[in-house]
Design a protein around this ligand. Structure first.
Ligand code: CP
Length: 318
């Protein structure tokens, strides 16, 4: 049975049951034509989204804002915490901040450097909180986007074999693993030894019966993969509000790099290559115009998915 999303917080994919994914995909399919045709509608004309971004973002913030505009709604918020009282002398608390923000709009999307900050916000806010990425914790709307991209392209999720490459401390990797527990999808994780899944997280995934293994080199797993999800192995410190790059960060080793040559010699011809972006050199630009590159479609689906989530939590779609 479909559960209602009205008023629901979107904090973690641990909270999503299998039916929830298909429910969200169905609403995304319904709203997709507005984004495809670049035609706005008035579904959320009387609603306002508040963006509370304590960390930099290109896609997550702007895709939520674009989604709200497509649905005829309004947007207010901040993208630089230093310009707020939470980021200056006062270090205003999450509680005090959201007790203000809830009066400025009807739903809040929050990105924060502290793991669990959106969960803390949800304790105090009377409006739905959407987690736009919390420290190393989770990034549920990105992985909903990725699953929806695959669903749209392949017509199914079950039975597809995944390969995830990158830094396994990443919030996207945690949400991905939780998400796949609801599907029949074996997954191989490839990362540098020091950036592997923690023993604690692996124990949790075993409790969920996720069919996963780890490998040292993409060459060991790419031939079987239906979906290849890649992220940089060099990441900023996600526990900081902002982490400037200092000097050269080095090149991505071949073990974690998806080149055109690797794809054309080893990958399935219909494999889907995803990257939630931003990228470094782990997918060279020579891959962009190959049959495997689906990251631009993924970026488009990012707007559609946020349209679906906003419409659902605000009760404009069931
Ligand atoms: N994929 C993603 O989270 O991108 P941003 O950091 O630009 O939001």
């Amino acid at each position: 049975m479909k559960s209602s999303f009205k008023g629901r917080d979107i904090l973690s994919l641990k909270d999503f049951e299998r039916e929830d994914y298909f429910h969200v995909f169905e609403v995304a399919d319904r709203l997709r034509p507005f984004a495809e045709d670049r035609k706005n509608t008035d579904l959320l004309a009387r609603k306002t989204l508040v963006t509370a971004f304590y960390q930099p973002s290109t896609r997550t913030r702007l895709a939520h804002e674009a989604a709200m505009h497509r649905l005829g709604g309004h947007v207010t918020g901040f993208s630089d915490v230093k310009m707020t009282r939470a980021g200056d002398f006062y270090q205003e608390s999450i509680k005090d901040t959201v007790k203000m923000l809830e009066f400025y709009g009807d739903v809040i999307v929050m990105r924060h450097f502290q793991q669990g900050a959106p969960h803390e916000a949800a304790k105090w806010a009377s409006v739905p909180i959407i987690n736009g990425g919390d420290g190393w914790g989770e990034h549920p709307t990105q992985i909903l986007t990725d699953l929806y991209t695959v669903y749209h392209e392949k017509g199914r999720i079950d039975g597809l074999r995944w390969l995830a490459v990158g830094d396994m401390r990443m919030r996207t990797m945690h949400s991905l693993a939780y998400g796949l527990t609801q599907f029949d999808c074996p997954i191989t994780f490839v990362s540098p030894p020091e950036l592997r899944l923690t023993d604690e997280f692996k124990a949790e995934l075993r409790e969920y019966d996720l069919d996963f293994r780890e490998a040292d080199h993409v060459k060991q797993a790419i031939a079987d993969a239906d979906v290849i999800l890649v992220e940089p192995v060099v990441q900023p410190d996600y526990t900081k509000s902002r982490d400037e790059r200092e000097g050269d960060v080095g090149l991505t080793p071949a073990n974690y790099k998806i080149t055109r040559e690797l794809l054309s010699t080893k990958a399935k011809s219909d494999a889907i290559l995803l990257h939630s972006l931003p990228r470094m050199d782990e997918i060279p630009t020579e891959v962009d115009n190959t049959q495997w590159a689906y990251y631009w479609q993924e970026a488009f689906c990012g707007v559609v998915m946020r349209m679906a989530l906003l419409a659902l939590v605000l009760g404009a779609q069931e």
